[in-house]
Write a protein that binds this ligand. Structure first.
Ligand SMILES: *Cc1c(COP(=O)(O)O)cnc(C)c1O
Length: 426
């Protein structure tokens, strides 16, 4: 990348022309006008590109998606209404009833539920493999009907670091792409395409927005996976789409555009989980300071992790930036400039101790959210991962009394003082 990532955060994507607004305009319109019905027909056949209905595409969204695409180093990107929609579309764009996906067992609770319950009801089968499994265990998870591999760069909330390069090699050896949820590190701290990932998803609700203001998601394609090398495995991309008069996505849009065009043309058309242009505008404001905020989130996360580790009332701390953490070495490889602001830990006194600490914090407020400018704290076993049994929690790397602290961008001294006073009540 010739331009530094900090500059892309501020000026990537939207490029105003002469006399046009400097800020990304909010195109608050469901529809777009054309001079002839014939031209409109061509739009519907994907023969020409253009906007016609905001359930499929909107210019504000595309300007912001272009910025995220540039940040990740991809060839095409689309915004979705949520991170959940991004994960669903990324997988469903490749897999149908009767297909199979290999996924890391350490996933965000909502993603686990989407895969293990809802998509299973659609006839898609998932094998969940430990993030730190052996090469043999990983290879054994693949089946002839496997269509993709899915993992999180930094798992929410167990904070294990996913060995992207290793998993990408096994995925590719089995003729399938690697999809990475890069929500926690953001492209500021890790760019999974540089390690062999093929498709990236984001919950933009988290650090990218960063202010707890707008739910959203994004999918980015590296444009590198050769669908044509496995035409029988990926017929949706390599064979004619009857719902668009026989268009073949890889032929018409190339490897760089096929995946995102298909997801827009089919999944947005039929399911409509598109981000509102207002939310895309808010997301873009967040992206403009992402590089600055990530530095402070990481500095606070590191300071909080070190403080907690040294505290006598703390049983365990998970943070890849801590020397001696199980994922320290992988963290140094994939996240050399910092991981994120989220620290997972266990306090003495089990679940009761956790609840006492949480209610005593003043800056760290109880919220079902992470990756926000304001520090927040959550008890996953009681909230985001509530549907899981203790055995499933253990497989996800989550203890029943684990607390997830999401360090905001407040002054480090104030955050540590808040933790200190709250721990004195335990
Ligand atoms: C929050 C989150 C999601 C889901 O995103 P929503 O925007 O809440 O739908 C997916 N993956 C990770 C890692 C998350 O933290």
């Amino acid at each position: 990348m010739s331009q530094s990532i900090e500059t892309t955060c501020v000026q990537g994507g939207y490029q105003p022309g002469n006399g046009e607004p400097r800020q990304v305009p909010i195109i608050q319109s469901t529809t777009f006008k054309y001079d002839s019905s014939e031209y409109m027909g061509k739009l519907f056949d994907l023969e020409v590109s253009g906007y016609f209905y905001s359930r499929l595409q909107n210019p504000t969204n595309d300007n912001v998606a272009a910025k995220i695409c540039a940040l990740e180093g991809g060839t095409a990107a689309m915004l979705t209404s949520s991170g959940q929609a991004a994960s669903f579309y990324a997988v469903f764009n490749l897999a149908s009833a009767g297909d199979h996906i290999v996924a890391s067992a350490e996933l965000y609770g909502g993603t686990y539920n989407l895969f293990a319950v809802t998509m299973k009801r659609m006839g898609i089968d998932f094998s969940f493999v430990p993030t730190d499994c052996s090469d043999a265990e990983l290879a054994a998870a693949f089946k002839p009907n496997t269509k993709a591999v899915f993992g999180e760069t930094l798992a929410n909330p167990s904070l294990s670091v996913f060995d992207i390069e290793r998993w990408a090699a096994v995925a590719h050896a089995n003729g399938v792409p690697l999809i990475i949820d890069n929500t926690f590190p953001t492209p500021i701290n890790c760019r999974p395409f540089e390690w062999g990932a093929d498709i990236i998803t984001h919950s933009t609700t988290k650090y990218m927005d960063g202010h707890g203001a707008a739910v959203g998601g994004c999918i980015v394609d590296a444009g590198r996976f050769d669908w044509n090398a496995y035409p029988d495995k990926f017929p949706g991309l390599t064979q004619p789409d009857a719902s668009y008069h026989g268009v073949v996505y890889t032929e018409r849009f190339g490897l760089g555009g096929a995946f995102i065009t298909k997801a827009t043309a089919q999944l947005m058309r039929d399911l409509g989980a598109i981000q509102a242009p207002q939310n895309a505008f808010i997301l873009n404001l967040g992206l403009e300071s992402l590089h600055l905020r990530m530095k402070q989130h990481c500095a606070n996360g590191q300071a909080a992790a070190e403080f907690l580790q040294a505290h006598p009332k703390i049983v365990e701390v998970k943070y890849p930036g801590l020397v001696g953490d199980k994922y320290y070495e992988l963290g140094q490889k994939y996240l050399p400039n910092g991981s994120c602001g989220v620290v997972s830990f266990r306090v003495a006194g089990g679940r009761a101790g956790a609840e006492t600490l949480m209610s005593a914090l003043r800056l760290g407020q109880i919220a079902t959210h992470v990756a926000d400018a304001r520090t927040c704290i959550l008890h996953p076993a009681n909230a985001t991962h509530r549907q899981m049994t203790d055995a499933e929690l253990a497989a996800c790397g989550i203890a029943p009394d684990m607390i997830r602290l999401s360090c905001g961008i407040e002054a480090t001294t104030d955050l540590l003082a808040d933790l200190e006073q709250a721990l004195s009540t335990v």
